[in-house]
Design a binder for this molecule. Structure first.
Ligand SMILES: Nc1ncnc2c1ncn2[C@@H]1O[C@H](COP(=O)(O)OP(=O)(O)OP(=O)(O)O)[C@@H](O)[C@H]1O
Length: 292
């Protein structure tokens, strides 16, 4: 696949194919059904937000979509390719920024991105240019030859974005890309994502706990809770539906996306599993302190 080809949005008969199509996805860790039977369609070219409280199953669903967890055939297709039958084909289409650290603090920014370019088989003659381009996109060209260990949390996150972008993916999957960042760094990460999407038509699937980000940057959202999808829609339609429900109940107020989130997740947030399990909390804090 050439550089140019891989950057084009789906064309011709492929144009209608969803970037991600999930049907009846189930995934259990022992007795824990982390994902309990979800259907989800992420249209090509959109920014799609997967929201939900700690432990909802978002990361598990994403790891299955990125081929990192094994699922039976027929459950997940990425641009029409079954993740169970065509793992390498799917991997070539996507860039993934996990919650956990993927940048090496002992390498420069440029070396970090170059490593990904090598691992993902970008032809040697194209590598330097593609690496420089990815660093430019995320605004790190000026500091590319500094050790990543000297970067701020926001810069590390943008470096990880550059690693995912160097392959020019058709689908970018980001697991809490802005967790632990200050508001300026968060905006900066989102602006980079927006720029690339505008330039390439890339599809983006993102998880976030920040409702303001979901509201501002996502075209569509799915709200996940206890392994199930509880609601899907645009930020506007989700707020409108809750407004109507409130209105019927005699409450005249404009709900925010935060209200929508609480509406679908309240029982968990107020119950005995507040904020997910200890494991979930530890993991989130670890991530936050790493990038913060
Ligand atoms: N490797 C694992 N082993 C055992 N249980 C796991 C493992 N990974 C996740 N779980 C459990 O599966 C459920 C869903 O976890 P998952 O990480 O997918 O949630 P999440 O929505 O991504 O949460 P967060 O917002 O905290 O990242 C939780 O109950 C979690 O404890």
């Amino acid at each position: 696949m050439t550089v140019t080809d891989s950057r084009q949005p789906a064309a011709g008969p492929d144009a209608e194919v969803a970037a991600i199509a999930v049907t009846g996805l189930v995934y259990a860790f022992g007795q824990t059904r982390a994902v309990d039977g979800i259907d989800l369609t992420v249209p090509a070219g959109e920014v799609f937000g997967l929201l939900g409280p700690n432990g909802a199953g978002k990361t598990t669903a994403i790891r299955a979509m990125t081929t990192l967890l094994k699922v039976p055939p027929g459950m997940i297709r990425v641009f029409g390719r079954d993740v169970a039958r065509d793992r390498m084909g799917v991997r070539r289409l996507l860039g993934y920024v996990p919650q956990q650290l993927s940048a090496d603090s002992g390498l420069t920014g440029r070396e970090n991105v170059a490593l990904f370019a090598r691992v993902f088989d970008i032809p040697r003659r194209e590598r330097a240019e593609r690496v420089a381009e990815a660093l430019e996109i995320v605004g790190l060209a000026d500091v590319a030859d500094r050790m990543a260990g000297t970067y701020s949390g926001g810069m590390v996150r943008r470096l990880e974005l550059a690693q995912a972008l160097v392959t020019a993916p058709r689908l970018l999957i980001l697991d809490e890309p802005t967790i632990g960042l200050d508001p300026i760094a968060r905006t900066s990460v989102w602006e980079r994502i927006d720029d690339v999407r505008a330039a390439t038509g890339m599809t983006v699937l993102v998880t976030t706990h920040y409702m303001d980000e979901a509201d501002q940057y996502c075209d569509q959202l799915a709200l996940m809770h206890k392994g199930l999808i509880r609601a899907t829609g645009t930020p506007e339609s989700l707020k409108r539906d809750l407004a109507a429900a409130w209105h019927d109940a005699g409450r005249d107020a404009e709900p925010t996306l935060e209200d929508v989130f609480r509406h679908f997740a309240d029982s968990e947030l107020l119950g005995d599993q507040e904020g997910g399990t200890f494991r979930d909390v530890r993991r989130s804090r670890h991530t936050a302190s790493r990038v913060g």
